[in-house]
Design a protein around this ligand. Structure first.
Ligand code: FAD
Length: 466
């Protein structure tokens, strides 16, 4: 431990802290290892200590102590981010936000929640009062709501509500700043962009206000189709049916089926798959649509029962970024991409890309509204050769008018999930974190302004200042 850390720990007083090496190692990692490129860059980077605030008062003490000692701080929720978002590039303290948890209040269709609340626990607390979250990531069991807003982009529910940053999906946030005198501020409406998907570089979110919906008893469904084109066409058709209440519409290449333990013995081999979550009233018309479009319903189950039973897997844990995880559990030679298809000709573009990379690209689509129409995000599973080949596959997407949010980089700007982000991230950071102590190295525009971007994750640039 260095002197700055000693000073910091002395200044935080009775806030729970740990310097146990195993705890530090565990809390310094996230799921960056999905990317062979990030694995090379981030393996072994870790903090000097972990602090666990219990209250906003504790968090303010941590912020003040960091300003006085010059130590870097990196917020951490469930640690499920994919791009090293919660990996401390330059040491300092991990701030474990999971102590700030619980539902603050529920008033009609608006909930106020603490940022460190686990998303499954939150959904259960809301369901006990007849409401549910509009959307959640497939990591619902482990992620926090604060981590989802600061690091995620959308998920189960996005087919109806769009991405996390679509106007109306986040009403307000309370944020602890790192100004000369750290304080808690309330950001409402568009001002929440300062922290939304900012990787905790602009402040600590302590509370969030979210719209919630009447609770629905969802039903998981797995539908097989002879090929990907028919599966994608059916998924698009279903996603656009405004009369059918739905929470999830996903499409999977037939080669992904062997990695899906709950389905591989239920769905005939070689079939493309559509995974759905439908409301009870939508089940009968969905079955009719499946029959009309020559699909085969191979499996259905109550989502909440699968979620509650340790012997079952809710189908959403095969979708969004869990699809890649199911593959990686068995074969580390794969990685993935994150893409966005414009609504015009989306399905034709899906087919063209699959044809262009027949052996390397396993199609995985998540349907959601985009640019005023129904379209899909792609999370294709990619057989990894080397970074030059990955660049070539990304360039082919670009040339076909398909946007890529590169998951093999650790800076906000290069990751590219820009829709709805603050237009001037660096200005936000200068305002709320003028000393640049929060999650250093993750905001390229700020680092460039500060003259500190040295290209190396653990580079000497700013670390030398601490
Ligand atoms: P963490 O990983 O702990 O943190 C994420 C970022 O937010 C970090 O930069 C951290 O510093 C910052 N942060 C955390 N809490 C705070 C806070 N209170 N204040 C300020 N900054 C904070 N993402 C999706 O959008 N949709 C998905 O469906 C999805 N599925 C996934 C599936 C798998 C298997 C994996 C590994 C990842 C998936 N992700 C998905 C990515 C990730 O799960 C989500 O971003 C998740 O919601 C992150 O929550 P977390 O609590 O784990 O955040």
């Amino acid at each position: 431990m260095n002197q700055a850390t000693d000073r910091f720990l002395a200044l935080v007083g009775d806030v729970p802290a740990s310097t146990d090496p195993a705890t530090i190692r565990r809390k310094s990692r996230d799921f960056y290892w999905y990317s062979p490129i990030l694995r090379e860059q981030l393996d072994g980077l870790q903090a000097d200590c972990v602090v666990t605030p219990r209250t906003e008062h504790d968090l303010l003490a941590i912020a003040r102590a960091a300003r006085q000692s010059g130590i870097f701080l990196t917020a951490r929720g469930g640690g499920t981010g994919n791009y090293g978002q919660a990996v401390p590039l330059r040491g300092g303290a991990i701030v474990d936000m999971t102590g700030l948890d619980g539902l603050v209040w529920l008033r009609g269709d608006v909930a106020r929640v603490r940022a460190g609340t686990n998303m499954l626990a939150l959904d259960r607390a809301l369901r006990a009062q007849g409401r549910e979250l509009r959307m959640f990531p497939s990591t619902k069991r482990t992620a926090t709501i604060g981590g989802f807003v600061c690091g995620g982009s959308g998920g189960i529910g996005s087919v109806t509500w769009g991405g996390l940053r679509a106007p109306g999906n986040l009403l307000a946030t309370r944020v602890v700043t790192m100004e000369d005198e750290p304080r808690a501020v309330e950001l409402r409406g568009p001002d929440t962009r300062i922290v939304n998907h900012a990787y905790g570089t602009t402040g600590f979110v302590t509370e969030l206000e979210l719209p919630v919906e009447p609770a629905v008893d969802w039903c998981d469904m797995a539908v097989a189709f002879p090929d990907l084109t028919q599966a994608a066409r059916f998924a698009h058709l279903l996603a656009t049916q405004t009369g059918l209440q739905k929470k999830l519409v996903s499409v999977m290449d037939c080669r992904l089926l062997p990695y899906f333990a709950p389905l591989r013995n239920r769905v005939p081999a070689g079939r493309a798959l559509v995974i759905l979550m439908m409301a009870p009233a939508a089940i009968e018309p969905t079955r009719a649509l499946i029959a009309r479009e020559h699909g085969e319903l191979c499996y259905s189950c109550n989502t909440a029962e699968a979620e509650d039973d340790p012997g079952h897997v809710p189908l959403y844990e095969l979708t969004w970024n869990h699809t890649t995880l199911q593959v990686l559990k068995k074969d580390r030679s794969y990685t993935y991409l994150q893409t966005g298809f414009p609504p015009a000709d989306a399905l034709a573009r899906v087919a063209a890309l699959a044809a262009q990379f027949p052996d390397e690209l396993l199609t995985h689509l998540e349907f959601l509204p985009m640019e005023g129409g129904m379209s899909c995000a792609g999370l294709p599973v990619i057989r990894f050769t080397d970074s030059a080949r990955l660049d070539k596959i990304m360039a082919a997407h670009d040339a076909a008018g398909i946007s890529v949010a590169n998951p093999h980089v650790y800076t906000i700007e290069d990751g590219g999930a820009h829709r709805g982000l603050s237009p001037d991230l660096a200005a936000d950071k200068r305002r709320f974190d003028p000393a640049g102590l929060l999650n250093p190295g993750k905001m390229r525009s700020f680092e460039a302004l500060a003259g500190a971007l040295d290209g190396a994750p653990n580079g000497a640039g700013r670390a030398a200042e601490s």
